[in-house]
Ligand binder design. Structure first.
Ligand code: ADP
Length: 254
């Protein structure tokens, strides 16, 4: 039986603007199991980013509980949160925050320096991860020498290189073409289903959400539905892999 790695109870985030109150999260309850790919979907303004920021400990809730890997996030101070994130979580956010004067390999190696990994091993792991996201030819490029989509993939590689227990992603394939999107989906599938990491992804794209084991639907700060999507996700991923194989076979035959 898989155990919950994230438990959210009675979560509220209310923003006050002048005399107005915006209920960005209006009483949310759910849990996410270890080794699950969970998608949070909803239209713009439904509260997805607020929820993700709260799970990541980037903003504090107005009320409620968030337990991640057994620890109450809402009770931690800033420095405890920094340590908690380093130990348990990785982020793929839309703004890539890559360091402009560093190469792709150096950017991806950076999080490993905090873990005391030697330089040689850091660079080996960074190169391997960059190859997995399809950037094997861009190892020594700086962010300014890459397209938006390529920078985004460097951001993904940097988040995954430390093998975090939980990965939070906000529209991770927003700028990518359909082939690259499918490659990233396969990578996510692999880290979740082969390495047992947990992935929580926020998106408004139904195609992406279709690969999630579970889909949490959110509207006006409330959960409207939690779908068990395991069977369809598996089918979709198998179809994707089949298509790739056929493409490879055609290439070999010609
Ligand atoms: P989504 O990510 O689904 O587009 P958000 O979580 O960004 O939705 O926003 C949910 C609601 O909360 C919206 O009505 C938005 O205007 C409001 N909101 C988000 N952040 C703030 C903020 N810092 N101050 C005031 N209102 C906010």
């Amino acid at each position: 039986m898989s155990e919950p790695v994230i438990v959210v109870k009675n979560l509220y985030k209310i923003y006050r603007i002048g005399t107005n109150k915006v209920r960005a999260l209006d009483g949310v309850d759910f849990s996410i199991n270890r080794g699950e790919f969970c998608c949070i979907v909803g239209a713009s303004g439904s509260g997805k980013s607020t929820l993700l920021n709260m799970l990541a400990g980037l903003e504090s809730p107005t009320k409620g509980e968030i337990v991640i890997a057994g620890e109450h996030i809402e009770e931690k101070n800033q420095s405890q949160l920094v340590m908690f994130r380093q130990a348990h979580v990785g982020f793929v956010f839309q703004s890539y925050n890559l360091l402009p004067n560093m190469t792709a390999v150096e950017n991806v190696s950076l999080p490993l320096t905090f873990q005391g990994v030697s330089r040689k091993i850091r660079e080996q792991r960074a190169r391997k991860m960059l190859n997995l996201v399809g950037l094997g030819k861009y190892l020594d490029h700086r962010p300014g020498q890459m397209s938006g989509g390529q920078q985004q993939r460097v951001g993904i590689a940097r988040a995954l290189v430390v093998k975090p227990e939980i990965v939070f992603a906000d529209e991770p394939t927003g700028n990518l073409d359909s082939n690259t999107t499918n490659d990233i989906l396969k990578l996510i599938w692999q880290i979740v289903h082969e390495q047992g990491q947990t992935m929580v992804m926020v998106t408004h794209d139904n195609y992406l959400a279709g690969f999630g084991d579970r889909i949490i639907h959110i509207l006006d700060g409330k959960i409207t539905d939690i779908e068990d999507n395991r069977a369809r996700a598996k089918e979709q991923m198998e179809a994707l892999i089949r298509k790739d194989r056929e493409k490879e076979n055609r290439k070999d035959a010609s």
